[in-house]
Design a protein around this ligand. Structure first.
Ligand code: NAD
Length: 270
């Protein structure tokens, strides 16, 4: 059942300049929502906003760096000033990283964790108190990953960041249930979606083959961003906590993790 309030309300989408975030923003506009497109890639969100505005949609582009709390606060100010409410916050901006943990430069670690963990945290701080002050129903959806359910060698920094985002989402769910019951909280858990996420990852001497492998995996096996966004909104409409693009991958990884934890097993024995 489509929620009237969310369906006709206002969406703020981070990482809206590409891939899954762009597709969520386009679907939100098509549902009649006002949309604030946020991305560090100002040129891309400007172009998408121009196109959607020309097609009669009510959208704004707000260049935003989710790693900067002041920038995310300014995004919230812009969204509330323009639309007066936020009914769907999609914390979706994210980046990838590859390489064994000991090969990752500290700057690369900081880049990854500051977008994938801190970015979600800054948006929770900037938006949730304002959404909580509004008695109308609203929804926070954090894009985590199957990388936040399982653990994969060579993808340790990303796994850490997405386990962090997943834990943050579960805590937020419990906290909102107590403080702001009108706010629904969900984890959107994609597996392979064909986006630019690995195209934007510069290979180095340790990761060249892995970058090439993941680029072709997503190109050849990934679902389209629009398919992922469709699953996203199906889950939003149902108010599901878990919104999962690839249930079979999720079940395999979640089953493995449950066996590991329940049996206190080593990671390769589950
Ligand atoms: N594509 C997949 O297979 C897949 C799988 C699991 C999870 N995810 C997650 O989905 C989300 C979207 O990724 P995508 O695949 O669409 O990638 P994408 O690279 O196509 O889009 C990510 C967007 O985030 C933006 N971004 C990066 N750093 C930012 C910052 N500091 N501030 C604001 N915006 C920033 C980028 O400019 C880009 O437009 C990410 O959180 C990613 O981890 C993707």
């Amino acid at each position: 059942m489509v929620s009237e309030q969310v369906g006709s309300g206002v969406a703020v989408v981070t990482g809206a300049g590409s891939g899954i975030g762009e597709a969520i923003a386009r679907r939100a506009a098509a549902r009649g929502m006002g949309v604030a497109l946020a991305d560090v890639a100002a040129d891309r969100i400007d172009a998408i906003a121009r196109e959607l505005t020309d097609a009669g949609h009510d959208v704004i582009a707000v260049p935003t760096d989710v790693t900067d709390p002041a920038s995310v606060e300014a995004l919230a100010d812009a969204a509330y000033e323009r639309f007066g409410q936020v009914s769907l916050l999609a914390n979706n901006a994210g980046v990838e990283s590859l390489g064994n943990l000991w090969e990752i430069a500290p700057q690369e670690w900081d880049r990854l964790t500051s977008v994938n963990i801190d970015g979600v945290f800054h948006a929770i701080r900037a938006f949730v108190p304002r959404m909580g002050a509004d008695p109308r129903p609203s929804h926070v959806v954090n894009t985590t990953s199957v990388g936040g359910i399982g653990t994969t060698p060579g993808m340790g920094a990303y796994a850490v960041s997405k386990h962090g985002a997943q834990a943050m989402t579960e805590c937020l769910y419990l906290e909102c249930a107590g403080a702001f019951p009108q706010i629904t909280v969900s984890a959107f858990v994609p597996a392979q979606v064909s986006t630019r996420i690995f195209e934007d990852l510069a290979p180095d001497e340790n990761t060249g083959d892995a970058v090439e492998y993941w680029r072709s995996e997503l190109r050849e096996k990934g679902m389209t961003p629009d398919q992922a966004a469709g699953i996203f909104f199906d889950g939003v409409d149902r108010k599901d906590f878990w919104i999962i693009t690839h249930p079979e991958s999720f079940e395999r990884l979640a089953g493995r993790r449950s066996r590991l934890l329940a049996g206190a097993l080593a990671p390769d024995a589950a």
